[in-house]
Design a protein around this ligand. Structure first.
Ligand code: PMV
Length: 341
C-alpha cells in the first residue's frame, strides 16, 4: 500500500457463489500449497451467495472477523487471517483488516461455503488492499485459502487446471448463459459434517481404489467437458452421477489416520440414499434427472430447464416424507465487487 496512505483504506464488498463440482477434486498432491491430484470441473450455484466486506485499517491490532453476524471460531479466524496475510504480502502492507462475511445458506451441509467464502474474501481483500489482479491470479490466490474456491472466481462453468504452483487455477469453460441447467439442491441437516473435506483429501490415497479412480478421471474429464460444451444433458448427467459415486466409494474405503475407530467416511444420511433411489425411479418413469453429491449429505439434482417444475413437484412429494429444504440454482456468475473498490 506504500507510504503516505491513510491509515484506513476504503472498504470493498465482493460477492461469490459456491460451486458444484461436476468432476470432483479429491486428494491433494501438495497439501500446504493446495495442489490437487486431478483436474476438476464445476458450475457456480446462482441460488446461494457469500457477501464479504474487507477494510484494512492500520489502527487495528489484529484481524477482526464477523461470520453471519457472530464472532468466528478461533480456527475460522486463523484461516481467514492467514489468507489476509497472503494479501498483505502481495500488497507490501502490514495493516490488519476488519472482515464481515455473510452466507445466504447454511454451512457444512455439502454446499461449499469455503469455496464461496474464500473467493469473495480474495476479491474483496485484494481490492481493499489496492491491488487489481488478473482473473487467473485471483483464482490461484483463492485456491490457497480453500482449494475449490479457485473455481468460484470465473463466471459459469469452470475447469481447475492441476498446475504445479501459480499455474494451478480455474479457467472458464462456458459462460452462465451457455446452458440454463437447473440445479435443485436438497439439504437435510444443517449440522456441520463430522469429517472435514480437508481430512477426506488427506485420507483419500489410503483407499485401495484410489489409483483406479485417478486412472479413470482423464476420460471422465473429457466426457464432462465435451458434454458441457455441446449441451449434451444425458451424457453429462450419467457421467456426473458416476463420478460422484466414485468420490464416495473412495471416502467409504479411506482410512482416517486420526480416527482409527472409523472403517471409512460416510457423508450420506439416510435421506441421501432415499433421494438417490428416488432419482433412479424418477428417471425410469421418464423424468430425466441426475444427482451429484459433494462431501456432505446434500443431494444436488440436475435437470434441463423444461423439467424444472416437474422435478420440484417430485421433490416436494419426497420431502413430505423425508423433511429437508430446497435451494434452486442456475449457472451463476463468478466473484464480483458489489460495493467500494
Ligand atoms: O475445497 P475443499 O478442500 O473444500 O474440497 C472440496 C471437495 C469436494 O467438494 C468434495 C469436491 C470438489 O471438487 O468441490
Amino acid at each position: 500500500m506504500g507510504e503516505g496512505v491513510k491509515s484506513r483504506l476504503p472498504a470493498v464488498t465482493a460477492m461469490a457463489h459456491p460451486n458444484l463440482a461436476l468432476v470432483k477434486y479429491w486428494g491433494q498432491r501438495d497439501a500446504a500449497r493446495q495442489l490437487p491430484l486431478n483436474a476438476s470441473i464445476s458450475v457456480n450455484l446462482s441460488g446461494a451467495t457469500t457477501t464479504t466486506t474487507v477494510q484494512f485499517d492500520a489502527a487495528l491490532e489484529q484481524d477482526e472477523l464477523e461470520l453471519n453476524g457472530a464472532p468466528p471460531s478461533p480456527a475460522a479466524l486463523a484461516r481467514v487471517s492467514a489468507h489476509l496475510q497472503r494479501i498483505r504480502d502481495l500488497a507490501g502492507s502490514t495493516a490488519c483488516a476488519r472482515v464481515r462475511s455473510r452466507n445466504s445458506f447454511p454451512a457444512g451441509i455439502g454446499i461449499a461455503s469455503s469455496a464461496a467464502g474464500f473467493a469473495a474474501l480474495t476479491l474483496a481483500g485484494t481490492r481493499a488492499a489496492g491491488l487489481t489482479l488478473e482473473a487467473r491470479e485471483l483464482s490461484a490466490l483463492a485456491r490457497l485459502g480453500s482449494g475449490s474456491a479457485c473455481r468460484s472466481i470465473p463466471d459459469g462453468f469452470a475447469e481447475w487446471l492441476v498446475g504445479s504452483g501459480e499455474d494451478s487455477y480455474a479457467v472458464q469453460l462456458a459462460k452462465p448463459e451457455h446452458w440454463n441447467l437447473q440445479i435443485v439442491t436438497v439439504y437435510f441437516d444443517p449440522k456441520p459434517k463430522a469429517i472435514s473435506s480437508l481430512e477426506g483429501h488427506r485420507a483419500a490415497p489410503s483407499s485401495p481404489f484410489f489409483e483406479a479412480r485417478l486412472q479413470q478421471l482423464g476420460e471422465t474429464l473429457n466426457t464432462v467437458r465435451r458434454a458441457v460444451l455441446e449441451r449434451d444433458f444425458g451424457t453429462l448427467g450419467m457421467a456426473v452421477e458416476r463420478e460422484a459415486l466414485s468420490l464416495h466409494l473412495i471416502a467409504m474405503s479411506s482410512r482416517v489416520a486420526e480416527q482409527p475407530q472409523l472403517s471409512g467416511i460416510y457423508y450420506w444420511q439416510p435421506q441421501t440414499l432415499a433421494l438417490i433411489h428416488a432419482v433412479q425411479r424418477w428417471r425410469t418413469e421418464g423424468l430425466e434427472v441426475y444427482f451429484t453429491l459433494d462431501a456432505g449429505p446434500a443431494v444436488h439434482l440436475l435437470v434441463e430447464a423444461a423439467n424444472r417444475a416437474a422435478l420440484l413437484e417430485a421433490v416436494g412429494g419426497a420431502l413430505g416424507e423425508l423433511g429437508g429444504q430446497v435451494l434452486v440454482s442456475a449457472p451463476g456468475m463468478g466473484a464480483r465487487v458489489v460495493a467500494g473498490g
